[in-house]
Design a protein around this ligand. Sequence first.
Ligand code: FMN
Length: 166
Amino acid sequence: MDAVEKAIRQRRSVRKYRPDMPDAEDVRRILAAGTWAPSGLNNQPWKFMLVKGKQHKDRLAEFTKYSKIIENAPLAICVFLDKGAAYNREKDIMAVGACVQNILLFAHKLGYGTCWLGEILNRKEQVQKFLKSDSDYELMAVITMGYPAERASKGRRKTLKHFILK
Ligand SMILES: Cc1cc2nc3c(=O)[nH]c(=O)nc-3n(C[C@H](O)[C@H](O)[C@H](O)COP(=O)(O)O)c2cc1C
């Protein structure tokens, strides 16, 4: 299998992590991979905020029913839409999604597990208040990251046929 195909196929959401912090240079490379995502007009409408440390993470975790995942992860990456850079909401949000996927795939390639958390957006305003993030930035996702402490699930997908319109 080709390396890219392998990463795409074998990446699974990981929800249990070892306590050790990911290497800082790896984190930098992973975020840089995020920034190489395509975006409309190449406007690169994303911002990242790292949340680490038990106290800070445990408080972030309070904003989602998936609190255990954040509590358990050594690192949470908050991904924002940069509204100042934005030009078309649909396209900009899709670009941020592509950025998140790059992060997940490259983190997987480097041996880390990640989980894309969306449920926390139900309390987006409260999260942003807690993070003291600029009102120009809108939370799009939280990604938990760390060395996996569980075997990756097999993963399930519908057959390709299901998705192809005639
Ligand atoms: C937009 C989005 C939001 C998600 N939100 C959550 C979440 O809040 N909690 C969670 O445990 N997983 C969340 N996931 C992960 C999905 O459950 C997971 O990607 C899906 O079940 C497929 O499994 P896989 O990632 O292992 O292939 C989210 C994924 C996406 C793309």
